[in-house]
Design a protein around this ligand. Structure first.
Ligand SMILES: Cc1cc2nc3c(=O)[nH]c(=O)nc-3n(C[C@H](O)[C@H](O)[C@H](O)COP(=O)(O)OP(=O)(O)OC[C@H]3O[C@@H](n4cnc5c(N)ncnc54)[C@H](O)[C@@H]3O)c2cc1C
Length: 360
């Protein structure tokens, strides 16, 4: 028997006839008072790859109040890869409320039938994605870390951590459309904006009587966490773990961070012990970060910590145990006692930076 004859013929996959009208990849472009959440651009970058694999269009969805710069947001979305933008503007959509936003997005989906619908796993995105998925009766994979699509079956393979982060699972919504997914900020890389790109804005009317909406916006109070550490967007992070032994030693992490102009990060045990605030926690139940440089000090590299930081460009690990798991994925490693190495590094950087400044 020839090699050819041994191989079973590849069966052509027939697309479920219910899905033939579902086309294109959509990203909800999240904005608040004209300010776009950057996770939306990250999703457009990822959506571009999925749309190209499917030979589909990439569409942004902009929902906002009439006084907001809806067309300006669409123009930005085109620069980040969108081909078209559905723009829905109405008085009742001025501030996010679940009820009108759910109706707006489900109306759009029912009319234009996208095959994939993605939102950022932000507070707004999580709230909206859940209610839209249940209203549409479709599947939603939350907090994905990887997305891929099969060009033949057109199924989205959405990967996310499961069993407390000890396993990764890939989930497909094979029997329903659209296929929905949320992705946390900084999990996907930021695409480059192309100022030369433009696209088509499709204005879509929306009607909902304010009287029928249960929630009312009485006052807008700006988020008081604006001045708090913004770990997901830091370029350099020095993070400390349980290996630092006590809160006094943890100050050595702050000292190195200060000299480097870095943010301070922490593993969960450190936060639980009260040496650092919750907003500094990196990992599955903390922040996902993507700095240029991540220095992990006295951190073992457990999977729940790793999923939050292994998107860093360069990882340097300082650990007294040469077999610590963090050395399996760090780019550079220093084996030794953090309490000796940290002050030495801080001093070395201090004098190096002073010399560099002098040299102009
Ligand atoms: C559902 C769930 C969610 C979780 N979410 C998170 C999360 O978001 N973020 C997170 O970080 N963890 C999370 N965890 C906890 C995670 O499993 C680990 O327990 C945790 O990351 C370990 O923290 P650590 O590396 O600081 O401590 P350890 O694992 O105790 O590691 C300490 C390290 O310090 C080293 N060391 C000791 N002495 C020194 C020294 N003198 N100098 C240098 N190195 C030294 C040791 O060799 C060791 O590698 C989660 C767990 C669960 C179950």
């Amino acid at each position: 028997m020839s090699e050819q004859a041994k191989k079973p013929a590849k069966k052509k996959v027939e697309l479920d006839p219910r899905f033939v009208n579902y086309r294109h990849v959509w990203v909800v472009v999240e904005s608040e008072r004209g300010e776009v959440h950057t996770v939306s651009w990250e999703l457009l970058g990822e959506g571009r790859k999925l749309a190209d694999t499917l030979g589909a269009q990439l569409c942004g969805v902009v929902i906002c109040g009439p006084g907001e710069r809806g067309a300006g947001i669409c123009a930005e979305a085109f620069q980040y890869g969108a081909d078209q933008c559905y723009l829905m503007q109405d008085e009742v959509l001025a501030d996010y409320r679940n009820e009108p936003y759910t109706k707006a997005l489900t109306d759009l989906v029912n009319t234009y039938q996208p095959e994939i619908l993605m939102l950022g796993a932000t507070t707004l995105g999580r709230d909206l994605a859940g209610s839209v998925a249940t209203t549409l009766g479709t599947g939603l994979v939350a907090d994905c870390t990887e997305l891929a699509v099969d060009a033949e079956t057109r199924n989205l393979a959405a990967t996310r951590p499961t069993f407390g982060g000890s396993l990764l699972c890939t989930i497909m919504t094979q029997r329903h459309r659209p296929q929905m997914a949320t992705v946390r900020p900084r999990v996907m890389s930021m695409p480059d904006a192309d100022a030369a790109r433009s696209g088509e804005i499709i204005p879509v009317p929306f009607a909902m009587d304010e009287q029928t909406i249960v929630t009312k916006v009485l006052e807008f109070i700006a988020d008081d966490s604006r001045d708090k550490p913004n770990l997901p967007f830091a370029d350099i992070i020095v993070a400390g773990g349980r290996g630092l032994k006590n809160p006094e030693n943890f100050q050595l992490v702050h000292e190195l961070a200060r000299v480097l102009g870095a943010e301070v990060g922490a593993s969960r045990p450190v936060v639980q012990a009260g040496w650092a605030d919750l907003e500094r926690q990196v990992g599955q139940s903390g922040k996902t970060v993507r700095p240029k440089l991540y220095i992990a000090v006295g951190i073992s590299g457990a999977i729940q910590h790793r999923v939050g930081m292994d998107g860093a460009d360069v990882i340097i690990a300082i650990n007294s145990d040469p077999n610590a798991p963090i050395f399996d994925f760090a780019h550079y490693g220093i084996v030794g006692n953090a309490m000796t190495i940290l002050p030495a590094l801080t001093d070395a950087f201090k004098s190096h930076l002073a010399q560099a400044r002098k040299a102009g």
